[in-house]
Design a binder for this molecule. Structure first.
Ligand code: ADP
Length: 365
């Protein structure tokens, strides 16, 4: 790969020296994806909480690429929504000292839009494509030659004189994010040299995120308060941050200067989040399986129809946490609630067979 010239990039300072608010990244999509107050989204590997093994590996890949003065290899990040894929893409660009251009699969409507993004990249820049599994097949095909050969075919001329001309791109890094790698076509998946998953966070890691966020929001949580919120955040930083903001509202209106455990617990009850972190929709899903399908097994389509929720939302947003916490299992015949779910819902009837099957793989039921 050709050498990356850092002189086109941001100021030559070490990542660790930068202020967290350094405008090192640009967003080129119409939507601004920072759903936090400024400063809350971590900007460096050091401030990205948890995911120790992932951070160590990516830190090595960044360091190695920097030493070779090359662009970082194309990277695919997968995991449920809100776990920090976008944040990590920005951090990787930041640590490489390059800009991050952000877009998403559905926003790249045709090859021309992709060409626009790719030709705007300076040497070494990151192009982050969220929901990369939602690219159309023709856009995806153009991406292959960009990723592999650093070239894209641009249309020139009109009518009978129309043809395409190969255009050499500056070396760049594609970072793709997807909720499940199984949604990606094999040829696209194979073109990423780095493929990493982001897992749900532990309660302690989430408590650490709550401590940091609450401090930045000007209403610090006590350790016990942070633990209470973290424990109920479905293993997900985005939810931890969202709950922290809402709990802060309750604490503020009650004239508190900090969030303690009782404040957090009382506010979370008001917000409909129970002591296991399940929200109203989680409970609705479990109850639908219990009441309408006798505990399951039930196919995902039937469940989605009963709940009037899109299948994708159930599979990507709700199910992973319910599976991970053992409230739900996937059997070859469909989804089934577990004894733990029944106990949590206060139901006494026993599920027929809620043992976790040996193969919980990617069943599309
Ligand atoms: P995804 O792209 O996976 O949907 P995001 O990267 O948008 O998730 O993360 C959601 C929010 O959670 C971010 O705005 C960020 O503030 C916070 N966040 C994510 N991961 C971490 C982390 N490891 N440490 C601290 N905050 C995090």
């Amino acid at each position: 790969m050709a050498r990356v010239r850092h002189d086109e990039g941001p100021p030559e300072r070490e990542a660790s020296e930068r202020e967290p608010s350094d405008p090192l990244t640009t967003v080129v999509s119409a939507e601004d994806r920072d759903d936090d107050a400024p400063g809350i989204r971590p900007q460096t590997l050091a401030t990205y909480i948890g995911q120790t093994a992932l951070k160590r590996k990516l830190g090595v890949f960044v360091e190695a690429a920097r030493q070779r003065e090359e662009a970082l290899d194309h990277t695919l990040l997968h995991g449920p929504p809100g776990l920090g894929k976008t944040t990590m893409a920005f951090i990787l660009a930041n640590e490489m000292g390059v800009k991050c251009h952000l877009t998403s699969g559905p926003a790249i409507e045709h090859k021309g839009v992709l060409a626009g993004h790719l030709t705007a990249l300076a040497a070494g820049d990151v192009l982050f494509i969220d929901e990369i599994h939602r690219l159309t097949p023709t856009v995806e095909e153009s991406l292959y030659s960009a990723m592999e050969d650093g070239r894209i075919d641009l249309p020139v001329g009109e009518g009978s004189r129309a043809r395409t001309m190969p255009f050499a791109l500056a070396p760049f890094t594609l970072i793709g994010a997807t909720t499940r790698t199984a949604l990606l076509s094999a040829p696209l998946r194979e073109r990423f040299q780095i493929v990493e998953g982001i897992d749900f966070y532990s309660d302690d890691e989430l408590a650490e995120i709550v401590l940091r966020t609450s401090k930045l929001l000007g209403m610090p949580a006590t350790k016990a308060g942070a633990k209470e919120i973290g424990h109920r955040s479905r293993g997900t930083p985005r939810i931890a941050n969202r709950l922290t903001r809402r709990v802060r509202d309750f604490a503020q209106v009650q004239g508190r200067t900090q969030i303690d455990r009782e404040d957090a617990a009382a506010a979370l009850v008001e917000l409909g989040v129970d002591h296991k972190g399940l929200d109203a929709i989680d409970r609705k899903i479990l109850l639908a399986i219990v009441d309408a399908f006798d505990g399951g097994p039930v196919g995902i389509e039937a469940l989605a129809a009963t709940l009037s929720e899109p299948r994708d939302t159930l599979e990507d947003v709700y199910e992973p946490f319910l599976l991970q916490r053992g409230f739900l299992v996937r059997t070859p015949r469909g989804r089934q609630v577990t004894a733990r779910a029944l106990a949590h819902l206060g139901r006494t009837s026993k599920p027929k067979d809620a043992r976790v099957p040996k193969d919980q793989g990617e069943l599309d039921l």
